[in-house]
Design a protein around this ligand. Structure first.
Ligand SMILES: Cc1cc2nc3c(=O)[nH]c(=O)nc-3n(C[C@H](O)[C@H](O)[C@H](O)COP(=O)(O)O)c2cc1C
Length: 234
């Protein structure tokens, strides 16, 4: 047996994981992702990069079946209604909802960016004005993030980086996932406020993600555009 792992081995493992991953429509309800593996998945999310390092998202892990049922009526992308199954909501071992932070914290006028830079990023005091100026310029001049919607969309983009990472590390451990945008955001927000105590002024649902073990083979074959249709070299 080889005692060293070569770059080729790692490349093969990566491609294997990407070929393995598909958007699982229904999971084996009897199989559970172990605490340790789910811990690794959460680490991958937490250690993901974000613009300006501001980590403008939260993750809710919804394990209570009754709470999951509250989401079903308007979460058509995970209810199974599209494919005649119990769907991801009823069968997933773990079910996550990424929330975007809103302008209440992510506006450059709020205290959060500077506070986060000082307390979490541990920037020295003399860097804080420069950091804040760069963030303000980014929002107002460079990316022109003006409306509340633009702010939560930017925050959601950061959540999607974590989303991609959790799906990949899950696949590397042989765990299936499904990203889910098939839900009514306003109704989700209302349920999160009423039943989960999530303040809609602070958080907006961005995307959901289900974890588990596939109940059967993928419903659809994996197809993609060719590399030369996607990538242009200059
Ligand atoms: C952001 C995002 C949202 C998605 N939302 C849903 C969804 O609500 N329900 C679902 O079954 N699949 C959903 N999908 C899965 C896509 O349809 C799927 O990834 C795509 O068709 C490619 O297939 P594959 O992931 O199996 O390779 C979503 C994918 C992404 C990336």
């Amino acid at each position: 047996m080889k005692d060293t792992v070569t770059s080729t081995d790692v490349q093969n493992q990566i491609i294997e994981a990407f070929e393995f991953r598909h958007a699982a429509k229904v999971f084996d309800p009897e199989r559970r992702v172990s605490e340790s593996e789910f811990g690794t998945i959460l680490d991958a999310a937490r250690l993901s990069p974000s613009s300006f390092g501001l980590e403008p998202w939260q993750l809710l892990v919804v394990q209570d079946p009754d709470k999951r049922e509250l989401l079903r009526p308007f979460t058509w992308g995970a209810s199974g209604e599209m494919n005649g199954t119990e769907g991801q909501l009823r069968t997933a071992s773990h079910f996550g909802i990424f929330l975007s932070h809103t302008g209440a914290t992510m506006s450059h006028e709020s205290d959060y960016p500077r506070q986060h830079a000082a307390e979490v990023k541990k920037f020295p005091a003399e860097f804080l004005d420069g950091f804040h100026a760069a963030y303000s310029k980014f929002r107002t001049d460079d990316f022109k993030i003006e409306s509340e919607r633009e702010t939560t969309d930017w925050a959601a983009r950061q959540a999607y980086i974590a989303l991609g990472n959790v799906m990949t590390v899950a696949a590397m451990m042989g765990i299936d996932t499904c990203p889910i945008e098939g839900f009514d955001a306003d109704q989700t927000s209302a349920v999160l406020e009423e039943h989960f105590g999530i303040d809609p002024k602070l958080y907006r649902p961005a995307v959901m993600v289900a974890f588990g073990y596939r109940a059967g083979p993928p419903m659809f074959p994996k197809t993609r555009r060719g590399m030369d249709e996607i990538v242009s070299w200059f």
